[in-house]
Ligand binder design. Structure first.
Ligand SMILES: Nc1nc2c(ncn2[C@@H]2O[C@H](COP(=O)(O)OP(=O)(O)OP(=O)(O)O)[C@@H](O)[C@H]2O)c(=O)[nH]1
Ligand SMILES: [Mg+2]
Ligand SMILES: [Zn+2]
Length: 356
């Protein structure tokens, strides 16, 4: 990219500007985290000739607190050119995170400061309404606009069937059915790619996230991989998360396909993603109705009449239960980690004093 890249092109807004003091403005440089590797980060700066990228290691102090306090892809940080290190992480506009299913309480950050989520799925056996409801709840919790992108329309016998199933998941949900390999058919997606807007592509391995990015970028910026013959699953071709600035404007975030997407701290997100169930629940006779055997239950009545899908209620129940459990374990873990960090700091301070 040859033209000058401004902070605005990189997604900078007044929300970030107002967090920076005058003193910091003189001494530090704002940068966006463009990639996350195991040991460090790639920072992107504004500037001529496409701006500049720099790899910086993440010092030990960043690993003392909970993962939420650590920079992730999409974050804005203040970089100290003298020290060659990140000095401060700016407060986020939005944050996407997930919970490990195998290690309860273990939070992994997916992306920060995202505006739009392309929820990518395919018009084949990979399509899974319950999984999509999970992503929708996550997006809604974070205030991110979801757009469902169904790929491999060119390989499907009846792609419109998938479109209908996706559209039934939420009122006013935007669903685009595409062939990710055909750049000229992606105008509807390109409309979201406007200067400064950050779009994250999320979905299982092999659904075509990197393929979409290449088609939208008009260049081979990400490697793509074939899917397995036997079960149609992807091979986890993308291995780390990265941002890509498009020539036309807009930033696309690619990440590895996710096997599991545990959900925590997302009560309002679930409520929004299941607005239909929530609206019915408000009409139940009892305030604390569990929609199981209670008389005057509007949810059960809707299932009886066919207005509400039984699958959807089961999915809602599962997410609610999981969310409550995870939110509790995360809170407990944070308290432990913060207490430990405080203890370490106090110990360091007192040993400094002894030396003085
Ligand atoms: N025919 C067809 N093939 C597609 C389409 N989208 C993706 N593919 C193919 O599906 C395979 C997987 O695509 P990738 O873009 O690597 O998938 P991914 O979502 O990035 O996968 P991970 O990086 O593993 O998470 C590749 O062989 C693509 O060429 C599509 O719309 N039509
Ligand atoms: Mg990929
Ligand atoms: Zn009820």
């Amino acid at each position: 990219m040859a033209q000058t890249v401004t902070l605005k092109d990189l997604g900078w807004t007044p929300l970030f500007q107002q967090q920076v003091t005058l003193e910091e403005m003189e001494r530090l440089i704002p940068a966006r985290v463009f990639a996350v590797q195991r040991t460090g980060l790639t920072l992107r700066f504004e500037g001529e000739a496409g701006g500049r990228e720099l790899e910086v290691p993440l010092g030990g102090r960043w690993f003392q607190g909970p993962p939420e306090d650590r920079p992730t892809v999409g974050d804005w940080v203040l970089f100290d050119p003298g020290a060659g290190a990140i000095e401060r992480l700016l407060e986020r506009k939005s944050l996407l995170k997930r919970m490990s299913v195998n290690r309860p309480g273990d939070v992994q950050l997916i992306a920060a400061n995202v505006d739009v989520m392309f929820l990518v799925s395919s018009c084949n056996e990979e399509f899974n309404p319950a999984r999509m409801e999970r992503y929708l709840a996550l997006a809604m919790e974070a205030g991110i606009h979801p757009v469902v992108v169904l790929t491999k329309a060119d390989l499907a016998g009846d792609p419109d069937r998938y479109r209908e199933m996706a559209m039934s998941l939420s009122r006013d949900l935007i669903v685009e059915v595409v062939n990710a390999l055909a750049p000229e058919e992606l105008e509807s997606l390109r409309a979201w790619c406007v200067p400064g807007q950050t779009i994250t592509l999320l979905g299982s391995s092999g659904v075509g996230k990197s393929t979409l990015i290449n088609s939208l970028a008009g260049a081979e910026v990400q490697a793509t991989g074939s899917i397995r013959e036997d079960d149609g699953k992807g091979r986890h071709t993308t291995t780390h998360r990265s941002l890509h600035l498009l020539e036309q404007g807009g930033l696309l975030l690619d990440s590895p396909g996710m096997r599991e997407l545990g959900i925590a701290d997302a009560e309002t997100g679930i409520q929004s993603a299941f607005e239909d169930v929530e609206t019915l629940a408000a009409q139940c006779r009892f305030n604390d109705c569990a929609h199981e055997t209670e008389p005057g239950c509007a949810v059960l009545a809707a299932i009886e009449s066919g207005e509400l899908d039984e699958r959807r209620l089961a999915s809602y129940r599962k997410l609610r239960r999981e969310e409550m459990y995870n939110t509790e374990t995360v809170a407990e873990r944070h308290t432990r980690v913060r207490q430990f960090a405080r203890m370490v700091r106090q110990h360091q301070e007192s040993s400094h004093k002894k030396r003085d």
